[in-house]
Design a protein around this ligand. Structure first.
Ligand SMILES: O=C(O)CCC(=O)C(=O)O
Ligand SMILES: [Fe+2]
Length: 330
């Protein structure tokens, strides 16, 4: 943990009503609350976020139907086929968030904003056809747009909470890397060890994550004492957490907190996280209000895209294979 960290031994994840941020009547008041929990916990629930429940329900339906598709359709959409775009289907053990310790049981589908041009984290979305999964693409795209709009409000709250202009981060988020992820966690049976769980302990690499989880539960968040605290589902609320980029840009004042998922409920768990970063070329450096000459960042500055791609190579076995091939060919 950084010297500047103010993280505490929290025993539950705070809930913040963001209605007055969403409708613009008290962005300042909501932002102060957000700032405090970003320091002490790094995770919080938001309620009254304005995203229609009908849309959330439709995306869950689409998510379940996607993972029930025949394996050959899912394999056709495999992430390795998208090259540097890094979108599509990831089977169990295809991405391991804590690779030295844990293999992840989760099944994943990643997408973003569809673009024809392929570059790292951007490009076409691999999608099942309309015949294979009616309504899937439409629900996915609508949900991504709703997340983007909410993320912009939360990002402005971060800026206000750091005594920066509300639009401070906008210049770095003109064409941000975003990943909209659908997740399926099969339930584990028998003895559960850290060697194999839903998703291994990790921090999120990006700027901010907006997570919807179903009613099953299993998300755990680690406090400053190293205890795993449960983050149970709250109906109608999203879980927000800050990622490594914000921790770096605040010089450790805001915490990018470790978390993991263990599903032993006996039923499948589904969750839907949205990740927003900065632009690929944006320079990640400590913001003016968090600069401290006596406590300089050990890592900044670096560019968002390079950092993120590096973290992906660590967690994706298929990218390590590509790296090996490149190394042995040279
Ligand atoms: O499924 C969850 O509750 C958390 C997922 C997560 O941590 C991630 O995808 O980074
Ligand atoms: Fe995460």
């Amino acid at each position: 943990m950084s010297i500047a960290s103010k993280q505490i031994a929290f025993s539950e994840i705070p809930v913040i009503d963001i209605e007055n941020l969403v409708n613009g009547t008290d962005a300042e008041g909501v932002s102060r609350k957000v700032g405090k929990v970003c320091e002490e916990v790094g995770f919080f629930y938001v309620k009254n976020h304005g995203v229609p429940q009908e849309l959330i329900d439709r995306v869950y339906k689409a998510t379940k139907e996607f993972f029930e598709l025949p394996q050959e359709i899912k394999d056709r959409l495999h992430v390795a086929k998208s090259g540097p775009t890094l979108r599509g289907y990831i089977p169990p053990y295809g991405e391991n968030a804590d690779p030295k310790k844990t293999r992840d049981l989760k099944e994943v589908f990643d997408y973003g904003v569809h673009e024809e041009k392929v570059s790292p984290f951007f490009g076409p979305n691999p999608m099942p056809t309309e015949e294979e999964l009616p309504g899937f693409k439409e629900a996915c795209e609508e949900y991504h747009d709703a997340m983007m709009a909410l993320a912009r409000k939360l990002v402005s709250a971060f800026a206000i909470s750091l005594d920066l202009p509300a639009d401070y981060f906008e210049k770095m988020q003109q064409h941000p890397i975003t990943i909209q992820r659908l997740l399926h966690y099969p339930s584990q049976q028998g003895e559960v060890t850290e060697a194999e769980i839903g998703i291994g302990a990790h921090t999120d690499y990006g700027f901010l994550t907006i997570l919807s989880q179903d009613a099953v539960g299993g998300l755990q968040v680690r406090n400053s004492e190293g205890e795993w605290i449960s983050a149970p589902p709250i109906e109608g609320a999203f879980v927000i957490n800050i990622g490594d980029l914000v921790q770096t840009m605040t010089n450790g004042r805001y915490s990018s907190t470790l978390h993991r998922v263990i599903n032993t409920s006996g039923v499948a768990r589904y969750s839907i996280p949205f990740f927003i970063d900065l632009d690929y070329t944006a320079v990640v450096d400590v913001v003016p209000t968090c600069k401290d000459e006596n406590n300089l960042s050990e890592t900044a500055p670096f560019t968002c895209g390079e950092y993120k791609y590096g973290r992906f190579v660590d967690v994706y076995p298929h990218l390590q294979e590509t790296d090996k091939e490149l190394t042995s060919a040279s």
